[in-house]
Design a protein. Structure first.
Length: 286
């Protein structure tokens, strides 16, 4: 009998909670008109942005309103045309929101449509035109918003590395090498060459001004040598799955995780072509 009693009490509690939840997330609505608000250029540093909308006069109720994408135009970080596609490269978290209520005491009171740009890392500049949809609209129902990337440095080119390696009895040995970085059709993917044979011996992904090289693969050169890119902690080669280069400007990068490029020789040892301790730098040759 106790089990039955507790079950009935639990059911009653769930009903109460359900009623509270419904009241909380379904605000009382009215017919107060709403408008879009202008916004300064959005800096592209993350994938989420917020488009402001407000009631044009004070009210005690909220107004339900929708939004739609009319058009877009822009360029990606390689200078190619970039156009958003609704629900794909531009996603509204919700296309309907409740705006207000507005007490009238603070003219800045507003609500927001949350927008996500999944390809934000690939966008250099973007303009979108949106329109409010609903029965209670003011005059400013369409608005153009502009998104502009923070400065993104040029990554493609030939870079020289200047590193040292402790060769035991030989002491510290200076080892200079080159890395060739090239663009691909995907503005977020780059090719890495350490032999000069193939522009995509390894691949890397761009994160604003960070380049993360996939070091999980091995490149077999035309002479049969197996080349690798690994992390280097200043003493040991680390077989990690990624190596990070952070660009300081168009012409310099630092290897935050250290950098090793080389191949396995006939004796089964690594021959070093390029090496940098963590924080070591590379500079543009051209």
């Amino acid at each position: 009998m106790k089990q039955i009693r507790y079950s009935i009490l639990t059911l009653a509690l769930l009903v109460v909670l359900s009623s509270c939840t419904e009241d909380k997330f379904t605000p009382e609505t009215g017919n107060t008109k709403v408008e879009l608000l202008p916004a300064e250029t959005f800096a592209i540093e993350d994938s989420y942005f917020y488009l402001p909308v407000h009631q044009i006069e004070s009210s005690n109720t909220a107004t339900k309103v929708g939004i739609e994408l009319l058009s877009s135009t822009g360029t990606d970080i390689n200078g190619n045309p970039y156009e958003c596609k609704d629900d794909s490269t531009l996603i509204f978290t919700s296309k309907e929101i409740y705006v207000g209520p507005n007490s009238g005491e603070n003219s800045d009171t507003c609500s927001y449509f949350e927008v996500r740009l999944p390809d934000y890392r690939a966008i250099d500049e973007l303009s979108i035109e949106v329109r409010l949809v609903g029965d209670n609209l003011g005059d400013n129902t369409t608005m153009t918003y502009t998104f502009k990337s923070v400065e993104q440095y040029r990554m493609d080119g030939i870079f020289q590395t200047y590193g040292e390696y402790d060769a035991g009895d030989q002491g510290m040995v200076a080892i200079d090498g080159q890395i060739i970085i090239s663009t691909t059709e995907d503005p977020l993917v780059y090719g890495i060459s350490v032999t000069g044979e193939n522009p995509q011996e390894f691949t890397a992904e761009r994160f604003i001004n960070r380049l993360v090289i996939n070091s999980a693969n091995t490149y077999v050169a035309s002479d049969g040598y197996e080349w690798n890119i690994f992390q280097y902690d200043g003493t040991n080669i680390i077989g990690a799955t990624s190596v990070e280069l952070v660009f300081l400007n168009d012409n310099e990068f630092i290897a935050t995780s250290g950098f090793f490029a080389g191949y396995v020789n006939e004796e089964g040892y690594y021959a070093i072509a390029s090496i940098l301790s963590p924080g070591g730098q590379g500079g543009r040759v051209r």
